[in-house]
Design a protein around this ligand. Sequence first.
Ligand code: ADP
Ligand code: MG
Length: 328
Amino acid sequence: DQIEAPRRIRALHEDVVNKIAAGEIIVAPVHALKELIENAVDAGSTSLEILVKDGGLKLLQITDNGCGINKDDMAILCERFTTSKLKAFEDLTSIGTYGFRGEALASISHIAHLTVTTKTADSSCAWKAQYAGGKLAPAKPGQSADPKACAGRQGTQITVEDLFYNVPTRRRAFRSASEEYAKIADQVGRYAVHCKGVAFQCKKHGDAGAGIAVPATATVRDRIRIVHNSAIANELIEFELLNAQYGFKTEGLVSNANYSGKRTALLLFINHRSVESITIKPRVDVNVHPTKREVNFLNEDEIIELICGDIRTRLGKVDTSRTFMTQS
Ligand code: ADP
Ligand code: MG
């Protein structure tokens, strides 16, 4: 038997590495949008307008009224690991903003056509730039790639077009635009409920309906009324728990016994990030995985039990007062 000679090991081309990394962070349009929403909120915006075409595969556009981006930073904006939010590794323990590792815009620029228009308060005009593969790119071949001056209001508009145009296998995996839009609407709805003081608008391109529309002044309960419905908004009780032993603070709303819905909805935010699993955690290890959708945590059982206990007590009080009222 003849043993085959080992094949030589070679380094992958940087572009290939970046495309692979991008594909791990952004699997569906909703993941790109989540990063863009978090960036807009990080920038101190009080208004977010989202426009979606073909489930986000053709177009994802988010317009905010936040602090904007300095013109001088536009050249490195979409490089990997460029961020205004993290300077030292130690900052990871106290980071207050959503994103922090400077990978989102870089990733998007590797797998979509990305355009950024932005204006800071002290700039007399807005600046517009296109990106490809992490770098400034000319809008048309032969043109300069430098940002161009244009008219615009303070804030930032990010336009993502033709997502996965250069990742055909991923692109082919999408069955329906409406399925992708449903995921987007769900995610926008979560942030629209959570982000007090921020107005949200989300529209499907060409749709006559309002989509999601939440005014900045809406209370959390009103936000739930708008995004979900009155039936649930009217039957929510508040809970709040502060625990020194495990060092956590939690607050939320939970439906009482008067409400019975067909399906259970759980909107869970840890350190202001929408997360998927049933994890209520004091110190989230936000650095676990680039997607940050899964979270690890300490004392999970104890903390969940404490929160459940608190909710049970509060629900018990509501039921007692109801019984009391019917008897009187
Ligand atoms: P990160 O959020 O982890 O810093 P991103 O790639 O998401 O990385 O963004 C890179 C940087 O671009 C941010 O740190 C921020 O300075 C800037 N930025 C991105 N989006 C916005 C926005 N909507 N408004 C203002 N600045 C933004
Ligand atoms: Mg970010």
